[in-house]
Design a protein around this ligand. Sequence first.
Ligand code: MTE
Length: 316
Amino acid sequence: MPSSEITPEPVFLRRRDFMKGTLLSAAGLLSSSAVLASSSQAPLQYRKSKPAAQSGFYTDEALTPYEDVKRYNNFYEFGMDKTDPARYAEAMTTDPWSISIEGEVAKPARYHLEDILSWVDLEERIYRLRCVEAWSMVIPWVGFPLADLIKKVQPTAKANYIQFETLERRSEMRGLRSVTSTIDWPYREGLRMDEAMNPLAFLATGLYGRELPKQNGAPIRLVLPWKYGFKSIKSIVKIRFLEKQPYTTWQSLASDEYGFYANVNPEVDHPRWSQKFERRLPSAFFTPNRIATQKFNGYGEQVAHLYKDMNLKKFY
Ligand code: MTE
């Protein structure tokens, strides 16, 4: 086994504790955050989060190890390789950080991240993340519902959609300087307002009870567990409320392959590969860990009503 595969003991111990915490919390005995709270490295704002078992947003499936969550990433601002973000995202300055709120909203302004965090209560959520490339993970996030921020800034009656933008900083993002990149930066994503207000839509500021690693979208990123991972935009600096459906990066790059909705759906294949199965990470050649993909990534009960009159083959 290469040494890179060996988990450092403190991480292993924390993970074991975390798993223990999760299992116990499923039984209603102890919360996983209570266990995480014992990690002396966790900054206060992550320690205070409400445990997943209390919020009701958790799964008892095996967590993807912390090391895999932070070394196998898609963050094209830092390169196309899965290992590029872990290698290069450290160059991104994330403090100070602010988010500009614009468009159809009563309180447009540029807000400091600390101010936004002072409005909300952090909680932990254990969600499945399913990438359109057919790999998946189970990640314990820390953050707050997107709806909490939306309510605070008061969208107008004309706000039917919401658009998000990632930081665009060429000096710190080598992917933006790449001559082979075809992406029209900044990375942009969007949601219909009722999707954005759904209780599952989450803004993450941490994972595994710790600060969000830069390669995972520090200091604040979206997590939409019922949609393909590309909708879960990282390192957000702008949120715009709009009347019409917004421009989104992947839809504009290849609209026949990536739709605006991008709901996880085993019945609608990607034109170049099947979406019926996924590789649950960690996986390897002899242990591919192949599992059947669930519609809405298993979150149908919470979100299927949003699409009840829609043809999901057409609006993929
Ligand atoms: N956000 C930005 N800004 N840039 C990206 O390249 N990749 C997306 C999404 N958010 C991406 C992004 C894709 S394709 C996936 S699968 C997830 O981030 C991966 O999140 P993770 O690296 O934390 O697992």
